[in-house]
Write a protein that binds this ligand. Sequence first.
Ligand SMILES: NC(=O)c1ccc[n+]([C@@H]2O[C@H](COP(=O)([O-])OP(=O)(O)OC[C@H]3O[C@@H](n4cnc5c(N)ncnc54)[C@H](OP(=O)(O)O)[C@@H]3O)[C@@H](O)[C@H]2O)c1
Length: 325
Amino acid sequence: MKALVTGGTGFVGSHLVERLSKQGYEVMVLTRKPELSQFFKKNNIHMYSGDLRNKSSLLDIPGHLDYVFHLAATRDSSGKTECYDTNVEGTKNLLEVLCEKRIKLKKFIHVSSLGAAGFGRNGKPKREEDALNPCSFYGETKMQAEKEVIKKKKNIPFVILRPCKIYGPGDKKILLHFKFVKYGIVPDLGLKTRFMSLCYVGDFIEAMILASKSSVTDEIYFVSDNKIYSWEQFYSTIAAVLHKKLRTIYIPQAIMSCFLPLLWIISRLPQPFVSIEPTTVSEIQSRDWTCDPSKYFREFRYNPRVGIEDGLKNTAQWFVENNFI
Ligand SMILES: NC(=O)c1ccc[n+]([C@@H]2O[C@H](COP(=O)([O-])OP(=O)(O)OC[C@H]3O[C@@H](n4cnc5c(N)ncnc54)[C@H](OP(=O)(O)O)[C@@H]3O)[C@@H](O)[C@H]2O)c1
């Protein structure tokens, strides 16, 4: 089986590439910097140089493929043009090239985001039938990218997955929270009253592969581990994993509104203490950063294996081994 993975050098994509390769797929990885991708030097993994924003750079994509897993995206809403050009125009360029080359795909797995749909409301996790209400510019671009995929459904059978927050080894976007706990300064923004969905990266990889192999096409699914976590539970699990006592500092909402953007500015410094994006700020501040994955669970008999304790433990281990904490 031949699979093209865009975003295969990123956090989620690199786990997918490893898994597909182990399962015997011939894997093509699209990247803007193939020279930096030494760790993929394996027989059945091929690196392709290309930039989604530049359609002509995608023309080297092989003419025969069974699957495309489209994960490449940028979340940085500060560079709006880059975000739009990559997530929306980039998706459109990729689909056009696949059509122009008349590639007969078994499935195009499009990795969207809960951000494309927006927050849950009043304690109700977001469901597929709810109106889309993206909560950031990034979310808007992910929503528009979904529309590009749907437009091409006559030629390209697709499944769109909207994962919640994915976490696990290699996830630098979650580092901020580990640092908070490590240095004993967890800001209490109402930790008990704000909720989120989570999905361990290994389980999300399984979800993508299941969706690719199934006969289902032209459907959209939320994916999570089917639990809802309070931020307090999240932080206390990190504290347990790091053997730290959870100490929270109450920060009034008005101050919080300045504090998170300040962290974002700090994260732009040459040697940042944290990595945080405007999208992350809105996620942390929302009350229901949650989705309901029951449609996915029903149709794919999906069985996530890694719970939050083991998942955060594996993540912490990776941070320690790589000198992040
Ligand atoms: N991580 C999460 O919690 C989460 C949650 C919901 C949805 N998602 C979605 O999951 C996907 C993967 O997320 P991630 O966290 O793994 O992302 P990531 O670590 O930030 O990786 C982004 C990837 O996109 C590629 N990319 C960016 N711009 C590109 C361009 N112009 N042309 C070609 N490739 C480009 C990068 O490749 P090069 O730099 O090698 O070119 C990189 O491999 C994204 O679609 C994201 O929206 C992630």
